[in-house]
Design a protein around this ligand. Structure first.
Ligand code: ACO
Length: 430
C-alpha cells in the first residue's frame, strides 16, 4: 500500500497520483489537473473551511468524535484539576509545563505588565456608558497597537515576547475597566500581591475596602474556566488571528480582529445568547414548546450552547463546567435558570432531532450560568472568554509566523458574476 491518491480526470482520461500526508492531500497538487493546457487547474471549493486544514499545528488536539481535548498533549480534564490559568497559558505558548523557576519568572513578568497606559484609560472613558464591554475590549486591544510601536517587529523574538507579556497581563485590566465603565464605577488599578485571577476579581469588584477578598472557591472556579477557554485550535477567532497576522501586522491589530470574531453569537457570544434564551424561555414548563420551535427552524431559532463544528459528542469542557457549576452554586446559591438548562439538556439528549445531528452541549451552555451566579452581567460573558483565549491566539499567531510554509492568507474564489461587458452611460440605463 502506498500513501497516494489516484485521480482520474474523466474530461481528459488522464491519471494523477497525489501524495497523502497526515490524512491530507495538498490542494495545490490539484493544480496539475487541467482540461486544457491554458486551464488554471483544479481547485477545491470549501466554503467555511468544512474540510480544509489551514496549517500544521502542535498546540491543541481535538478528537471531536471521542470528545478529547489536549493542550500540548495534556488532557483538559487533568489541567482543569491540577493546573492554573497562568501555568496553562505558559504551556500553550511555550510548549512545555514550566519548571518552578520558569513559573516564578513568568508570573513575575505578567504581574509587572498589568498596568495600562493612562491614555488607554482616557480612550476607554470616551465610550458611552452603555457601550457593550466587548466593543470596548476589542477597540482597546486594537488601540494598543498605537502604544507599542515595537510590536511591528514581528520577526524579532524578544519583541514578540514583550507583546506576549503585555497582552496576557493587560487583557484582564482592559476587561475589568470595560466593566467598571459600564456601571459608572472608578477603575481599580492592578494589585501585584494578588494572583492572576484574584487580581482580575479585585479590579472588577473592589469598592472602598482596603483589601478586597475574593471568595477562594469562586477565584478557583474562574481560573478553571480560564483554563478551559485558553485554546481550541482553528476556530473562527483563531483563524482570524492567523489570517490577519499573516499580513505581518502587529499582534494587537490581529487580536482586535480575533476578538471581533469572538464577539459573534455563533462563537464566543454564544454564552450570552444562552442566557438570553434561558430568560426568554422563562420556565421549565415552556421548554417543550421552545424545543418544538427550534426543531421547526422557526425564525432561525437554535438551541444556543448546543452543537459544534468539531465535537460530535459531549464537549469535554462542558463536562468540567457542569461540575464547577455545582461547586459555584454552593457559594452563590443556585441560579434559577439552571432548572431550565437541565431540562433543555435532558430533552435534547433524547430527542431524535438532536441525537441524529449529534448536537450536544458545548462549552457555552453552562458557563453563562456560572458567570451570572458570580455576579457578571451577560454583556461581560464574551469578554470573560477573550481573556484566557489571548494565550491561544498569541501561540497560534507565533506558530503561523514561524512556519516556513505559511504565507499571506489569500483564498481563491469561484467567480459567478457577469462576464465582461461594456460600461453603460447613465442616461442609457434601464
Ligand atoms: N440548534 C438547533 N439545530 C442546530 C444547532 C442548534 N444549536 N446547531 C446545529 N443545528 C442543526 C442545523 O440546523 C443543521 O440541521 P440540518 O442538517 O437539518 O440543516 C445541522 O444541525 C448541522 O448544523 P450546521 O449549522 O451545519 O453546523 P455547523 O458546524 O456549521 O455549526 C455551530 C456549528 C455554529 C456551533 C452550530 O451548532 C450553532 O449555531 N450552535 C449554536 C451556537 C453556539 O452554541 N455556538 C458556540 C459554539 S462553541 C464556541 O464557539 C466556543
Amino acid at each position: 500500500m502506498t500513501d497516494t491518491l489516484t485521480i482520474v480526470d474523466n474530461r481528459t482520461g488522464k491519471k494523477y497520483d497525489l501524495p497523502i500526508q497526515d490524512g491530507t492531500i495538498r490542494a495545490v497538487d490539484l493544480r496539475q489537473v487541467k482540461a486544457a493546457p491554458d486551464d488554471f487547474g483544479l481547485m477545491t471549493y470549501d466554503p467555511a473551511f468544512m474540510n480544509t486544514a489551514n496549517c500544521r499545528s502542535a498546540i491543541t488536539y481535538i478528537d471531536g468524535d471521542k470528545g478529547i481535548l489536549l493542550y500540548r498533549g495534556y488532557p483538559i480534564e487533568q489541567l482543569a484539576e491540577e493546573s492554573d490559568y497562568l501555568e496553562t497559558a505558559y504551556l500553550i505558548l511555550f510548549g512545555e509545563l514550566p519548571t518552578a523557576q520558569q513559573q516564578q519568572a513568568w508570573a513575575r513578568e505578567i504581574t509587572n505588565h498589568t498596568m495600562l497606559h493612562e491614555n488607554i484609560k482616557k480612550l476607554m472613558e470616551g465610550f458611552q456608558y452603555d457601550a457593550h464591554p466587548m466593543a470596548i475590549f476589542l477597540s482597546t486591544v486594537g488601540a494598543m497597537s498605537g502604544f507599542y510601536p515595537d510590536a511591528k517587529h514581528v520577526f524579532d523574538k524578544p519583541a514578540r515576547l514583550r507583546q506576549t507579556h503585555r497582552l496576557i497581563a493587560k487583557v484582564p485590566s482592559i476587561a475589568a475597566w470595560a466593566y467598571r465603565h459600564s456601571i459608572g464605577r472608578p477603575y481599580v488599578y492592578p494589585d501585584n500581591d494578588l494572583s492572576f485571577t484574584g487580581n482580575f476579581l479585585n479590579m472588577l469588584f473592589k469598592m472602598t475596602e482596603l483589601k478586597y477578598q475574593a471568595n477562594p472557591v469562586l477565584t478557583r472556579a474562574l481560573d478553571v474556566l480560564f483554563i478551559l477557554h485558553a485554546d481550541h485550535e482553528q476556530n473562527c477567532s483563531t483563524t482570524t488571528m492567523r489570517t490577519i497576522g499573516s499580513s505581518q501586522v502587529d499582534p494587537y491589530s490581529a487580536m482586535a480582529g480575533a476578538a471581533a470574531a469572538l464577539y459573534g453569537p455563533l462563537h464566543g457570544g454564544a454564552n450570552e445568547a444562552v442566557l438570553r434564551m434561558l430568560n426568554e424561555i422563562g420556565s421549565v414548563a415552556r421548554v417543550p414548546d421552545f424545543i418544538k420551535r427550534v426543531k421547526s427552524g422557526e425564525a432561525g431559532n437554535r438551541l444556543m450552547g448546543f452543537g459544534h463544528r468539531v465535537y460530535k459528542s459531549y464537549d469535554p469542557r462542558a463536562k468540567v463546567i457542569k461540575r464547577i457549576a455545582d461547586i459555584v452554586f454552593t457559594v452563590t446559591g443556585k441560579n434559577p435558570l439552571l432548572e431550565i438548562a437541565l431540562e433543555l439538556e435532558r430533552i435534547a439528549l433524547e430527542d431524535e432531532y438532536f441525537v441524529t445531528r449529534k448536537l450536544y452541549p458545548n462549552v457555552d451552555f453552562y458557563s453563562g450560568l456560572i458567570y451570572q451566579a458570580m455576579g457578571f452581567p451577560v454583556e461581560m460573558f464574551p469578554v470573560l472568554f477573550a481573556i484566557p483565549r489571548t494565550a491561544g491566539w498569541i501561540a497560534q499567531w507565533e506558530e503561523m509566523l514561524l512556519d516556513p510554509e505559511q504565507k499571506i492568507a489569500r483564498p481563491r474564489q469561484v467567480y459567478i458574476g457577469p462576464v465582461q461587458r461594456p460600461y453603460i452611460p447613465r442616461e442609457k440605463r434601464a
